[in-house]
Design a protein around this ligand. Structure first.
Ligand code: SAH
Length: 265
């Protein structure tokens, strides 16, 4: 009981500080102010010319201090997080906070997840090049871009048409032209392109949508937060083995609620 009230206070605090009730950290972490550029050594990582520009050192610092330091090891994931220009996926007035250690509001009551959570979920998808991945909850398009750095078969579904449209435009403008987007209720997955090697869900339903399990390949991974809206949820990695599911608890998270017709069934 005591634990319950502590969590409620933490969740409320996140709202008050404006981080958004969503896509938050697995443990509450102090937010960091992104340092100004120019005081750090030149990047040691290769950044492709199309991604060059501002915030390169903020990105490298984000990966080192928020992601690698918390145990994300997958080289492809770290490279993707170093490469995707996160500031292009947040509202322009928030671009100086794009690399900070917390989620940000993106409009329509939705959020772009904290960088660490994006990295953790991507790592747990265990993607290889050429794998087909489905994201439910395109939001800003940022997670889709991170996936697109690893594989060229990325499909993403968003229920709010305006966000779907906006994300498709940003993905195109930032050069992530392989990402395919759809405005629909992601409870039902995206049947047309199934089966998928991996599926990531970035809003929290109260149960695992059955169509997503059906659209996973044998051996496929589903990374999904499950739990009640407005309270901490549990992030799960679910691996499909024939008609059996292997589940792994990845810890507590705070995501926006899953919407649509499938909720509450
Ligand atoms: N992955 C996003 C984070 C988005 S927040 C990013 O990188 O920015 C969660 C998103 O899930 C919101 O945009 C919300 O509208 C969307 N969402 C919620 N329920 C959904 C559903 N049933 N189908 C598709 N998208 C949904």
């Amino acid at each position: 009981m005591a634990r319950r009230s502590t969590l409620a206070v933490v969740a409320a605090a996140l709202v008050i500080v404006g981080s958004g009730v969503a896509c938050g950290p697995s443990q509450p972490v102090a937010t960091q102010t992104p340092a100004s550029s120019g005081e750090r050594p030149a990047p040691t990582t290769v950044v492709t010319p199309t991604q060059q520009g501002s915030f390169v050192s903020e990105r490298l610092r984000m990966v080192e201090q928020q992601i690698a330091s918390r145990g994300v090891r997958d080289a492809a994931v770290l490279r993707a997080m170093q490469t995707v220009p996160r500031h292009r996926f947040v509202p322009q007035e928030l671009s100086d906070q794009a690399y900070a250690d917390h989620p940000l509001l993106i409009g329509y009551g939705q959020t772009i997840s904290q960088p660490y959570i994006v990295a953790l979920m991507t790592e747990k998808l265990a993607l290889g090049p050429g794998d087909k991945v489905l994201e439910i909850g395109t939001g800003s398009g940022y997670q889709a871009a991170v996936l697109a750095e690893i594989t060229d078969q990325v499909y993403s579904v968003e229920i709010i048409p305006q966000l779907a449209q906006q994300a498709a435009e940003v993905l195109r403008d930032t050069g992530y032209t392989t990402v395919q987007t759809l405005s629909a209720d992601g409870y039902y997955g995206w049947e047309e392109h199934a089966p998928y090697d991996a599926i990531v869900v970035t809003a929290a339903p109260d149960h695992v949508p059955r169509p997503l399990i059906q659209q996973l390949k044998d051996g496929g991974r589903l990374v999904i937060p499950i739990g009640p809206p407005g309270s901490y949820q549990t992030l799960w990695q679910i691996t499909k083995h024939g008609d059996k599911l292997e589940t792994r608890n990845l810890g507590g998270v705070l995501f926006v609620p899953f919407r649509g017709a499938g909720v509450g069934r």
